[in-house]
Write a protein that binds this ligand. Structure first.
Ligand SMILES: [Zn+2]
Ligand SMILES: [Zn+2]
Length: 273
């Protein structure tokens, strides 16, 4: 498998000079399986860049992709209307969210975001074909991967994903606040022995103290969880909108004193397993 980061920023896009190394687009990662199936996790503003890349790669041939959402906070969906492959009739997308089965949560959230008066184009008029799948927590198979989905502690809820193929594991746990027993246990389950653990590391430990209830973690909690779960590589993700490149560099330096293989998610970064 290969994972590519298209959006790594938390909460709101931050396109400014001081952030250009790690990037200012909000959450979106792409996983290519060993059979070149496309799995996308979250549709923050980074998904616009992924769309451009896919159009270039497929050159008019049909694109099929599976698009999963951790939750529907704006920073995880706001790029979807600008994902240009949606506007091509030959393409097919399946959207997934784990809430309540047959509750139409994913369809309603995406259609609601594009409804009058928020967006000029109604989702029902998009020319591509689409499916909406409401999952419940547990394990399922998509595109020759096994995917475990479990809820995480976050305002209005959030879900983490563990993607397994050919003995390799990618864990995606963003937007999670530690300190709630069932959620901490789910994070450890999702992260267990992962080759790549992509994890919410929005705050410094000092900042965390004044951000209880915002639904995020410190880099230190991210690393401690990764160590406890035996993760091989830890990727600090969902960078705070008020952190510039230099701040993230400092957090990364501190994190590397605790674990030998830590990186900070960066737009355009590719990690192969
Ligand atoms: Zn977020
Ligand atoms: Zn959130």
């Amino acid at each position: 498998m290969r994972v590519r980061f298209w959006g790594v920023r938390g909460s709101t896009p931050t396109p400014q000079r001081e952030n250009m190394n790690y990037g200012g687009n909000t959450s979106c990662i792409e996983i290519r399986t060993d059979t070149n199936q496309i799995l996308v996790f979250d549709g923050g503003t980074g998904i616009r860049l992924l769309g451009n890349k896919l159009l270039e790669e497929f050159r008019g041939e049909p694109i099929r992709a599976h698009i999963f959402f951790s939750h529907f906070h704006l920073d995880h969906i706001q790029g979807v209307p600008f994902f240009r492959p949606l506007y091509c009739p030959q393409n097919h997308f399946t959207f997934y969210f784990a809430g309540r089965r047959e509750a139409n949560l994913v369809m309603d959230a995406l259609a609601g975001m594009m409804a009058n008066p928020y967006f000029p184009m109604d989702m029902s008029n998009l020319p591509c074909s689409r499916e909406y799948v409401d999952l419940v927590e547990g394990t399922f198979t998509v595109a020759d991967t096994r995917i475990l989905v479990l809820p995480l502690s976050h305002p209005q809820g959030c879900f983490g994903y563990r993607i397994t193929q050919n003995g390799k594991v990618i864990s995606y746990c963003t937007d999670v606040e530690h300190g709630v027993h069932w959620s901490d246990r789910n994070v450890r389950t999702l992260a267990k022995d992962a080759d790549v653990f992509i994890v919410d590391a929005q705050y410094t430990p000092e900042e965390l103290a004044s951000h209880r209830g915002w639904g995020h973690s410190s880099w230190q909690q991210a690393i401690e969880t990764g160590i406890e779960a035996g993760c091989k590589r830890i990727v600090l993700f969902h960078h705070d909108p008020y952190h510039e490149d230099a701040d993230i560099d400092r957090m990364l330096e501190d994190a590397r004193t605790l674990h030998p293989d830590v990186i900070a998610a960066q737009e355009g970064l590719d990690v192969s397993l």
